[in-house]
Design a protein around this ligand. Structure first.
Ligand code: PHE
Length: 397
C-alpha cells in the first residue's frame, strides 16, 4: 500500500513537472512502465550466485564472485544474451550449510533467477543442490569436485573434474615423482567435509592399486586448531608422504605444527589448498609440498595469461583456480542460455549438457553424460609460499 502511494505520488510529481514540456506524454508512459517493473525485467536475465564471502573459506567465495562479475561485465559489454543483459545476484552463504540452503531458496523463489552458480566447497553444493533440483532450476558448480554433487539430479552440473580423478592424480604423483617415490603414505583428513572424506578414499584406492601402503589414517574437524596428537601419531608411522586433502584454513596450521614437531616428510594435497592465504600463513613450512589444482597462473598459454592480465588490471590480484573456474562457469552458462529454446530450467539444462570443447581458461571443457567435466589437472609445488607449476596430467592417464 505504502509503496503504491509513493509510486502514485512520484507519477503525479512527474506529470506536474513535465506537463509544461512537450515530452510529458512520453515520460508518463515511461513512468507507468517503471511502476509495473517486476523482479524479472524483460530486458534482463537473472543469474544467481551463492558463495562463502565471509567465514573460514572466504577466499573461495570472493575469488569466485570477483571472476563471475568480470565475466558478466564482459558478456554484457559484448551485447549480453540475445540482446538481453545478464544480471547477477550474489548472496553470502558464510560457508555454512544451512545458509547455503537459505540463499539458494531466496534466489529461486524471491529473485526468480533462471540458473544458479555455486558453490566451491562440495559440502555446500550438496546442501543446496536438492533445492535447485526440486525447483527445476539448473545449478552449475564451478569447482565442487565430490562425485555426489551432480548425482543429486539432472539439473546439477559442474565444470571441473571430479575427485576419483584428482585422487588418482595425487596417488600417481606420490608414487612416480622423483622427489617422492612413495611406497607408504599416511592420511590426515577433515571428517566434517564431504570433499575431504571423498578425496582421501579416492587417493587410498589409487595408491593401493599402485602397490602403495596406507600406514595410518588420522582425522580432524573444520575449525580445529591443534593437530599435535594426530601429527605425533603420523610421525611414529614414518610414512614416505602425508596426504592431507583439506581446506587451506586448517592445512596452513597443520604444516606449521608438523615442522615444529620435526616432521620433514613431504605433504601432498588437493585443490582445497588453493589460496593466497596458504603461502602467507605457512610460507616455508610448505617447501617440498605439492598439491593438485585446476590451473596454474604460471601457464604460458595465451588464453590463461590474457585472463590473468585482465583480472589483475581490474582487481590488482593474481586469480586463483576458483576465479578461473568461476569465469569459465559464467561463460558456459551464458552460452547455454543463448542457445536455449526458452528460459525454462529444462531448456537451459539441456543446453548446459551439450557443452562441448568449450575453450576455457581452465582447459577444454566438455560436459559428460554424468554432468561432470572431463579435463586435465595440474600439479603444483610450494616454493617459499609460491605455488609453482610442475606438470599437467591429462584425463584417462
Ligand atoms: N574442490 C573443492 C571441493 O569440492 C573446492 C575447491 C575448488 C577448493 C577449487 C579450491 C579450489 O570442496
Amino acid at each position: 500500500m505504502h509503496s503504491r502511494k509513493l509510486a502514485f505520488g512520484n507519477l503525479m510529481k512527474l506529470l506536474r513537472s513535465f506537463a509544461v514540456t512537450g515530452c510529458g506524454l512520453v515520460l508518463v508512459v515511461l513512468a507507468i512502465g517503471g511502476c509495473n517493473k517486476t523482479a524479472t525485467d524483460s530486458n534482463e536475465i537473472l543469474i544467481g550466485h551463492y558463495a562463502s564471502l565471509t567465514g573460514s573459506q572466504a577466499t573461495f567465495g570472493n575469488a569466485t564472485d570477483t571472476a563471475v562479475h568480470m565475466a558478466v561485465e564482459e558478456i554484457n559489454a559484448a551485447g549480453g544474451i540475445n540482446g538481453k543483459k545478464m544480471r547477477l545476484i550474489t548472496y553470502d552463504d558464510k560457508g555454512d550449510k544451512r545458509e547455503a540452503g537459505t540463499t539458494v531458496t531466496r534466489l529461486i523463489t524471491k529473485d526468480k533467477v533462471v540458473a544458479v552458480l555455486g558453490e566451491v566447497a562440495s559440502g555446500l553444493s550438496l546442501a543446496a543442490a536438492p533445492i535447485c533440483q526440486e525447483n527445476g532450476v539448473p545449478m552449475l558448480s564451478p569447482s565442487s569436485t565430490n562425485p555426489k554433487v551432480t548425482k543429486v539430479g539432472d539439473m546439477i552440473f559442474r565444470c571441473c573434474f571430479i575427485d576419483p580423478f584428482q585422487g588418482a592424480v595425487c596417488a600417481r604423483f606420490a608414487v612416480e615423482h622423483p622427489k617422492l617415490k612413495a611406497k607408504t603414505a599416511a592420511i590426515l583428513y577433515d571428517q566434517s567435509a564431504p570433499y575431504s572424506v571423498g578425496l582421501q578414499e579416492e587417493f587410498e584406492k589409487a595408491f593401493v592399486k599402485l602397490k602403495g601402503e596406507i600406514v595410518l589414517k588420522q582425522t580432524y574437524q573444520e575449525g580445529d586448531q591443534d593437530f599435535s596428537a594426530q601429527l605425533t601419531a603420523i610421525r611414529g608411522s614414518k610414512p614416505d608422504v602425508i596426504f592431507i586433502p583439506g581446506y587451506y584454513t586448517e592445512v596452513g596450521s597443520i604444516a606449521v605444527q608438523a615442522r615444529k614437531l620435526g616432521i620433514e616428510t613431504p605433504m601432498l594435497g588437493g585443490d582445497g589448498w588453493e589460496s593466497p592465504k596458504l603461502g602467507e600463513v605457512a610460507g616455508k613450512a610448505f617447501n617440498g609440498c605439492y598439491y593438485s589444482n585446476h590451473y596454474s597462473s604460471q601457464d604460458p598459454n595465451p588464453r590463461i595469461q590474457d585472463f590473468i592480465k585482465k583480472y589483475k588490471a581490474k582487481y590488482n590480484e593474481t586469480p586463483e583456480a576458483m576465479a578461473a573456474l568461476g569465469y569459465d562457469a559464467t561463460y558456459i552458462l551464458a552460452e547455454a542460455i543463448k542457445r536455449a529454446k526458452s528460459l525454462s530450467g529444462k531448456d537451459i539444462a539441456a543446453e548446459i549438457a551439450k557443452t562441448k570443447d568449450f575453450d576455457g581458461v581452465t582447459g577444454k571443457i566438455t560436459i559428460d553424460a554424468d554432468r561432470n567435466a572431463v579435463k586435465a589437472a595440474v600439479m603444483l609445488e610450494m616454493k617459499d609460499g609460491v605455488a609453482t607449476y610442475v606438470s599437467t596430467i591429462q584425463p584417462g592417464m
